[in-house]
Ligand binder design. Structure first.
Ligand SMILES: [Zn+2]
Length: 316
């Protein structure tokens, strides 16, 4: 072996370690604010749950956008100051809010005019709250990820959003997280702490499998990792387990970015076609458009679906 070859072989491991590590990015979003799947709707519990969730996000330095259904701000048809206060807490903690329609309608199920009126009704409280904090209401998230079943409805709704200053918040990592959340809330409501612990312990490994699937699908489609957008819900499960979820994601190489940053990934310019009509994520829609069949979500453990019971059948 020549001295130069020897030197080269000695240096190779350093060259490899000097290569930039694979960086993955994800933007985190929460739907159905001010809360979904809680063991009780007492004011004190909701305040505490919101504080725990936001504390986790701040401790993990995770920027997040929360999407509001203003129908949930009312109690017996009257606007509830305590629930409006929960939104103020999100804003004052430095997070952004978006519109998820007033009453969580499906664009696939109701006429466009009714859907648009419901969306505008969903600004009534959130818009002035955000203006007072010097923020602009600009993000829209489709309930059920339903984007309309015909090209005409999709195009007309796109124009409506643009005219009203909204930007669509896509989702690339969708999951039955809400089934775990419904199960967790029910176990807590029944005082079964052991079941709640088991459901919580199954949640993060499940989400790891969900991310592994999304990463593989992105690689198959784009040949590289993409900036993901994760949808979760403002529930007690995440108030108690977001920190563990964030740890798992960091270990997979993820950095948490803003929704604006994630959408700078050119992947978001990929054509979506008519897919996504049945509530698929953008990633699944892009895959179908490219002739790939997206995988089914990993099976939720049986004891989790049992605890979720009929709550899981409603969907969010
Ligand atoms: Zn929703």
């Amino acid at each position: 072996m020549t001295r130069w070859l020897f030197l080269l072989l000695c240096l190779l491991p350093f060259a490899a370690s000097a290569a930039p590590p694979l960086e993955r990015t994800v933007a985190v979003t929460f739907d159905d604010l001010p809360f979904a799947s809680v063991p009780t709707e007492d004011d004190g519990y909701l305040e505490d749950m919101t504080a725990r969730l936001l504390h986790s996000l701040q401790a993990e330095h995770v920027p997040a956008v929360g999407f509001v259904n203003e129908a949930k701000l009312t109690r017996d048809g009257i606007l509830d100051a305590g629930r409006v206060g929960l939104l103020r807490v999100w804003l004052q903690a430095g997070f952004e809010l978006g519109n998820h329609t007033f009453s969580h309608l499906s664009l696939n199920r109701v006429p466009l005019a009714e859907f648009e009126a419901d969306l505008l009704q969903g600004e009534t409280v959130t818009l002035p709250l955000m203006q007072r904090e010097g923020k602009t209401l600009r993000w829209f998230r489709h309930p059920f990820l339903h984007q309309g079943t015909t090209p005409e409805v999709r195009a007309a709704f796109r124009d409506f959003l643009t005219a009203h200053g909204y930007v669509v918040a896509p989702v690339t990592v969708n999951s039955p997280e809400w089934v775990f959340a419904a199960a967790y809330a029910r176990a807590q409501a029944q005082g079964d702490e052991d079941a709640a612990r088991r459901i919580g312990a199954a949640y993060v490994p499940y989400m790891q499998t969900v991310f592994a699937q999304a990463e593989q699908l992105a690689l198959d489609l784009f040949g590289r990792p993409i900036a993901h957008v994760l949808v979760l819900h403002a529930n007690s499960l995440n108030a108690d387990h977001f920190d563990a979820l964030a740890d798992m994601l960091r270990q997979r190489g993820y950095r948490f970015v803003t929704l604006d940053d994630a959408l700078r990934d050119p992947a978001y310019a990929a054509p979506l076609g008519a897919s996504g009509a049945e509530g698929e994520s953008w990633l699944e829609g892009w895959a179908r458009q490219a002739g790939l069949r997206p995988p089914l979500p990993p099976p939720v453990p049986g004891f989790v679906t049992q605890w979720a019971g009929t709550a899981a059948l409603r969907g969010y």
